[in-house]
Design a protein around this ligand. Structure first.
Ligand SMILES: [Zn+2]
Length: 267
């Protein structure tokens, strides 16, 4: 997959140059899903935005039917909301639901770490170590997509190291719903990115020592920090939206022609 370095700005779909996913022939459905997930998770389609169906059909050279099928799957995953009049909207990152998700994911992550300390082979731990150093190199070069992919790989390796298939499946189901939020939390705050790398140093250290309690506690702190940043971002976004509405209303009241009807808020 060709992924180029991305700036810190959310760009519109039309301007997106990076992470264009080539649809592989033979697995159109899966490829399309993956492509759409990536557009949502990387913020190219932003929370609350309408899904530009015509544009997506043109971009992926597909008809409406497979796109609608894919959208139904994404709706079941909680990434988008289907609208009654056939349209679709990217799901917003809802506060209370996110909090609940993070609580459960945190428990699973910590427990996976605990089990991994007892069950992972030395070779598997050495692999995590290698992933960590590659990730660190991408951090230094500020290559977020590559960093993010390796970060996910590390968390996945620890999860697999738990050797508990029920835990792994449950985790996968829940974590898929917060990939976008996790990605966003790194994109938004460079200082948080540095802190995350430091935490990963500690994660590696605890794993190498097979210190189960310590790894469990670092993993849950690591996740809690991410959650806080994400919540902060959601609240900032809300404030920004409210201020926009307020200034629009002020402009209306100062307009030369008296507004006969107050403009309803756009959102
Ligand atoms: Zn991490």
């Amino acid at each position: 997959m060709d992924r180029r370095k991305r700036g810190a700005v959310v760009v519109s779909l039309a301007q997106t140059k990076s992470s264009v996913v080539q649809l592989r022939t033979g697995s159109l459905h899966g490829g399309l899903l993956e492509a759409l997930r990536e557009l949502i998770n990387h913020g190219d389609l932003s929370p609350g935005a309408r899904v530009p169906e015509r544009e997506l059909c043109a971009r992926f050279s597909i008809s409406r039917t497979p796109l609608r099928e894919a959208l139904k799957v994404l709706a079941a995953e909680g990434l988008i909301q289907l609208l009654p009049n056939r349209g679709a909207r990217v799901a917003t990152l809802d506060d209370s639901h996110l909090t609940e998700l993070f609580e459960v994911i945190g428990i699973l992550e910590a427990e996976a770490g605990r089990l991994a300390c007892a069950r992972m082979s030395d070779a598997a731990i050495a692999e995590v170590q290698a992933l960590h150093y590659r990730m660190y190199a991408h951090f230094l070069r500020e290559e977020l997509p590559e960093y993010f992919a390796l970060n996910q790989a590390i968390h996945q390796a620890i999860l697999d190291g738990s050797a508990n298939t029920v835990l792994i499946a449950t985790y996968r189901n829940l974590a898929g719903r917060i990939v976008r939020a996790r990605y966003m939390s790194n994109r938004l705050r460079p200082d948080r990115w540095k802190a995350a790398i430091d935490e990963h140093e500690l994660i590696l250290e605890a794993l190498v020592r097979r210190d189960a309690d310590r790894l469990a506690s670092i993993l849950s702190r690591h996740l809690a920090n991410k959650r806080d940043i994400i919540m902060e971002h959601i609240h900032e976004e809300l404030r920004g939206r409210m201020e926009k509405t307020k200034s629009r209303q002020q402009r209306m009241s100062h307009a030369e022609t008296p507004p006969a009807v107050a403009e309803p808020a756009a959102e």
